[in-house]
Design a protein around this ligand. Sequence first.
Ligand SMILES: [Fe+2]
Length: 655
Amino acid sequence: MKRVDRRTVLKIAAAGLGAVSIQSVELAAQEAELPFGAEFPNLDSLTTGRWWTKGATAEQGGNANGKPKPRAGGTAPPSMEVPRNEVVAFAVYTSDHGVLKMSTQLFPLKPDEERVARLELWRDDRWTEAARAEVLYPGWDAHFRLEPWDATRDVRYRVRHGDEASFEGLIRRDPIDKDEIVVANMSCNSSRTTGQRSEIVENLKRQDPDVLFFAGDQTYRHTEHTAGWIEFGLQFRETTRDRPTITIPDDHDVGHGNLWGENGKRSTLPGGADGGYHYPVEYVNLVQRQQTWHLPDPVDPRPVERGITVYFTRLRLGGIDFAVLEDRKFKSGPAGKIPQMGPRPDHINDPAYDPQSIDVPGLQLLGDRQLEFLRTWGEDWTGAEMKAVLSQTAFCGAVHMHGSRDARLLADLDCNGWPQSGRKQTLEALRRVRATHLCGDQHLAVVVKHGISEFGDGPYAFTSPALVNTIYGRWWHPADEQPGPNPVPDSRLPWTGDYFEGLGNRISMLAYANPADINDEKQRADGYGICRFNKQTREITFECWPRFAHAADDSRQQFPGWPVTFSVDANDGRKPIGYLPEVSLDGLTNPVVQVIEQATGEIVSTIRVRGNRYRAPAYTAGKHTVKIGRDRPDAKTYVDLLPQATAAAGVTRGP
Ligand SMILES: [Fe+2]
């Protein structure tokens, strides 16, 4: 395949229309009909090559040539051919520590159209061009990075193409002065149900979240990511256009049913359980570029094997410090690495199996690089009052029935409950900094409090429901139909409390939203989560809204079991054996305090505290070090502090 020198094209495209026309025709001729290789003619076929001859709409039911077209469950994406004043489909952005990053997605362009998108900002009562960027092929995306960025003011923006096309929105200022930061927690947007998402979007607009988190499966079009991403953008652009948006791709976004990325190797086993990616590196990187380029720069940008890019990063917004993880990329695939216990390497249904037998040494979950990131992120509280972790899926298998009402499965290795050692390491990292976890993927909304060594000693986590669940129903339904020990008092749900899930992990089930009838669109238990971080009360509230709720009108319309409210400090549920002697916080206001167990050198906790004196809880006997600082524990150190049993030590929870 002949490569086009993009810089040359850009220069010519920017130079003038006459030159563009001639050069662009040539460009289109050179532009690969099959940019992902002859072996993969179906990848992004609706938006590559002579795409305008392949156009199809859901109404037409076929393409212009009468040939079959790529479908997801029998539905077609929207037409890729639009009036030319509508070619800028949408934009998504984030801003963090003085950098604005915005990605815009265009509908595919024609050979005589220029390959440049322009970002304009409304300043001093007029539109001013702030940046231009090449429209990339394949993909038809373009990316703007503005630095320095002043996040103290709202700024109107518009993305333009040519003379006619424009997409307008608002870059919000950082809501640092708000007491409550609101995150919408969303995932799994079935492509089998086409068309707008008005019922969800209208409710979101009324609830007005400060940031949108789409945890994955934004599209299920597998081989047609660009068309699927455009479809997603059209569905949600009335919410994404005027607030920061975090999108991270999951398995279906890169064309998989399940994904164990295993550091980027190539997967050859149908189902992918051997680890790695089925599709070419260029396609995986295209998906990641479209969905994640606009996130803050990756904290550790070295690609994994074969040049597959990484995007795990950190976003601070309104005083909440989000770690954005890639829980699929480094994870080991189960096939050939653990004893197989059924027809599929990733499913276990033998009630006699020993969960420890599959926790084989050397298996990866987040991988060393992301664990290192969590470590450094945990010690840096600059701009942060609370921390949260965002990733694709849950650190447990909080589900019993998979796919249909009576299809019971003991353990599914596609979740982060496996490998168990990796789960433990990750949850300990969250607990140390009292971070809350938000994720999606499961198609079953749940709130759990993780148990690491004991029930209730780990952080809270909220798995969002599927936004639109035409794909896959799941249910929480213990075989004995009994609540666990310590059920939620007065819950409207019958099966809450402490459980060992199928991988042997401890979870306390606090709320779940089972579908009542997956054949009834109104009863599939799809919808979205809202997570409220209240910096004043230091409480976090999870809400779970059905897709067809009238949200702003009546909070009782949430799924039974929600809302769930807890103190941020309860993300660390360890029971102290005592408290270290009180230390002075040295005149610092709300400083960061780190506690280290001296015998092991292990960090016990790193948190921001309130007040000017502090007694740290201790969970082991022996000497401890306490470090204090404004944003990092770097200003003052107290050593050889021994836990003291006090009246407070009798209390089961920390301060
Ligand atoms: Fe999904």
